[in-house]
Design a protein around this ligand. Structure first.
Ligand code: SF4
Ligand code: SF4
Length: 408
């Protein structure tokens, strides 16, 4: 695609990156066929090719309207289009640049701003999120059904975290919402890794990975969260001997793996960010590589499960079939799931900011997951887990919890 970026951005790092991405796009439209919002709405501007064109116009200095912002807001950032694109267009990176520009050049209605600001203030503060969740739970019987179903009625206890007794150590990210919604995920990961001979440790006081603020219009605040995370982790990497940073939430993993790119122009953090991104692994990658140390497993079968691969895992991190392989080796029977490349509609805060589209995607995903009549649904990201659980009576869990239960 030919481009003529406007003077205000052409010679900036973002302008150069956007220009290189735009020039790769040949406008073939293959990506539209796998875009969840295009499939729902049928509007070219609600598909990747249309959005790329809208961002090109914005970067070339044409007027940026509320319609431009709406079509970018409706994008799930699922990056299914990247997986499909034969030309290697890095849509996600272009979207970060496009959204920042649109945020600067348009004015959102006050109510929208308030919602986004509230999310940016509450969600990354784990203690505040936990407090509000507890209050929500108490108020649950009195809330409208649609709101009540988003608040889990109870939380499964985490169980014991094994003592750090092994020479091999890995760092875990506690995250912001996961400790309140499903505290058992990291504890289960720690117990499985303990069997393998690896001690999993969490950095005290480490909060949000930065994804939330970065992706809802507060990119500088998101970058500040990333730097704070690096500061918490760095002593454990430099002197504590951690060999990897383990992610049990693929939504966080995809962003931590991008720290190197996002902080590449920051002289104080670029080298540290590069090292951290390089040593970050999804829990599936770790277990898959070390699986031989877990065997032999009990002979009884593990049950019928439907696996939902989060977009941040399969498209964002390009990790496909790894958790499924581990689960199959562990004796679980995986039921077929049509259209497993499509987003479930959780997408970070999307379910709050774009509720109608999110609910449609959730319904479609749950019906696809249920089509093979599984006993339960397993996934790899807390956002997808909570979102899907709010629409079904069938249990939805992190796969590492199911694996650990089977081992014990
Ligand atoms: S992003 Fe890729 S698949 Fe989509 S129109 Fe451009 S070149 Fe084609
Ligand atoms: S990121 Fe997902 S929703 Fe956004 S354009 Fe690409 S496929 Fe469509």
């Amino acid at each position: 695609m030919q481009t003529a970026l406007a003077d205000f951005i052409r010679d900036t790092p973002e302008g150069r990156e956007a220009d290189a991405i735009l020039r790769k796009c040949v406008h073939c439209g293959f990506c539209t066929a796998t875009c969840p919002t295009y499939l729902l709405l049928g509007d070219e501007n609600d598909g990747p090719r249309g959005r790329i064109y809208l961002m090109k116009q914005a970067l070339e200095g044409q007027e940026i309207t509320d319609r431009t912002r709406l079509h970018l807001d409706r994008c799930l950032t699922c990056r299914a289009c990247e997986t499909t694109c034969p030309s290697g267009v890095q849509y996600g990176r272009l979207l970060d640049i496009g959204r920042k520009l649109v945020e600067e050049k348009t004015v959102r209605p006050a109510w929208e701003n308030l919602k986004r600001r509230a999310l940016a203030e509450i969600v990354p503060r784990g203690w505040l999120f936990a407090l509000l969740l507890e209050l929500g739970r108490l108020a649950r019987p009195f809330l409208p059904a649609r709101l009540a179903e988003t608040i889990p009625a109870s939380v499964t206890r985490a169980g014991a975290w094994p003592a750090a007794r092994h020479a091999r150590k890995m760092l875990a990210l506690a995250g912001c919402v996961q400790p309140s919604l499903a505290p058992g995920i990291n504890a289960a990961a720690a117990r499985v890794l303990d069997r393998i001979g690896i001690s999993l440790v969490e950095a005290k006081g480490a909060g949000c990975c930065g994804a939330l603020r970065f992706h809802i219009g507060y990119q500088e605040e998101g970058l500040a969260d990333m730097r704070a995370m690096i500061d918490r982790w760095w002593p454990m990497i430099e002197r504590g001997g951690a060999e990897a940073v383990v992610m049990t939430a693929s939504g966080c993993g995809v962003v931590v793996k991008e720290y190197a790119h996002l902080l590449r122009h920051d002289p104080a953090y670029a080298a540290k960010a590069e090292k951290i991104s390089a040593m970050t692994r999804d829990i599936g990658e770790v277990i898959d590589a070390e699986y031989a140390r877990l065997e032999p497993l009990p002979l009884k079968k593990g049950g019928r499960i439907a696996f939902h691969p989060p977009c941040t895992l399969q498209h964002g991190q390009n990790i496909k079939g790894v958790a499924e392989r581990v689960l199959a080796r562990a004796g679980f029977e995986l039921t077929p799931v049509p259209d497993s490349h499509l987003c479930c509609g959780s997408a970070g805060t999307y379910s709050i900011l774009q509720p109608e589209l999110s609910v449609q995607l959730k319904r479609n995903k749950l019906s696809a997951l249920a089509s093979g009549a599984p006993d339960e649904i397993l996934t790899a990201n807390i956002g997808c887990l909570a979102h899907l659980q709010s629409g079904t009576e069938r249990p939805v869990r992190h796969w590492i919890v199911a694996l650990e239960e089977r081992l014990s």
